[in-house]
Design a protein around this ligand. Sequence first.
Ligand SMILES: [Zn+2]
Length: 471
Amino acid sequence: MSETHYYGAVINPQERNPREPISYKVYPACLIIVSPVGQIVDMIAQSDIVDFQEKERERCDEAVTVILSSDEFLMPGFIDTHTHAPQFPNLGIGQEYQLLDWLKDVTYPMEANFADPDFAERTYRSVVRRIIDFGTTTCCYYGTVHLDATKRLVDIVRDSGQRAFIGKCNMDREVPEDNLEPSANDSIQATEQLIDYIQNLTQASDSLLIHPIITPRFAISCTPELLRGLSDLAEAYNPTLHIQTHISENLDEVARMGELFPGNTSYADVYDSFGLLGRKTILAHAVHLGDDEIDIIAKKEAGISHCPTSNFNLTSGVAPVGKYLDAGIKIGLGTDVSGGFNPSILNAIRHASIASKVISLQHNPSDPLKPGYNNRKLSVATLLYLATLGGAQVCGLEDDIGSFALGKSFDALMVKVSSEAGNPGLYPGGKEDVDKYLRGMLERFLFCGDDRNISRVYVQGKLIGGNDCIE
Ligand SMILES: [Zn+2]
């Protein structure tokens, strides 16, 4: 086992500073030294090739050296804060529906197939491979209600080397018989078994890449008894256990939630009243939140997964991401397959941009814009941030991933923007100003790139996928 030295252009999102706009840095020549266990132990920016060779001589001779070409750069891996592994076979269908009918006619019938663990195994193998090759180094997965199928997903993700949160859906009401769990107690017990399975596995392999996550699908599909039991479970494993669920995606859904929880003041209040809203909670969608809900989510430090492709595709609405950023809420991106029709975070970035432009178009021009993000288009820096560091914060992993820094894990993408990558959508700009060239290449990659441009995908220093690995 030896160090690996990466030398070349690097793009690095910066931590949020409330006094300044979100930004990223570009290093045309940078040396990143990664330890044998995948941790960044040194990072020398603006290093020229002479310094690099000097540095090489100073360190152990056995280091593996990776020198990027002038058409390549390194950036942190993408973080998908919300997707459904069992819905991949439905990608590209169902766009004529809105949420509740889409669940009934498209989604639940597909998820019922995962009662068969062998069907799950076949499906999940290709799902995980595909997500990795699209550059997602950390993924928050929803499984189905089925324990055995979800264990197969855990095994496949572990074998792949991807970083992940994996949860089994909890549903004990308002879903068809073949997706319904027999009781709240059965649902809680199966969830506990999955948590123990993941924890035993990670302890045995000495790897902390996979985290269990409690997954009440949404308030509608869970009885109060189940929500209370899951909250107790989270408390029992405190502080390690995360929670993921949906919130306020669609207006009919919000209305149904109100009928089922007449004693609560809002959707966020339902989760809060059951103790499910906290620093480790990931709330998907958040399209139709009231101001009181924004306040409580900010106060409880829960994170939001912005899923713009799905929000457009199922005609759910447009989430006011700028408003949430101004409120100081942690926010990342989610592909939400198959409400979203594309498993790539690049696609979520594009739709997040369009969503912010829709919001800005709806703003009355006679009202002066206030400082901040609300009612404005999201910048390239903000889009990059949401896909990386923002997602890391939503997952509570910002000290370990989301950007390149000493002590963080090397979760990275090697992006190739030359014509060799075979993507005619990317046209190289002039290289007279290297800084400008790289910023232009990043923007082109975010808006026109695809998996052909992602030549290598690393998690904790280990090469786990990318176009270079496809035979
Ligand atoms: Zn979802």
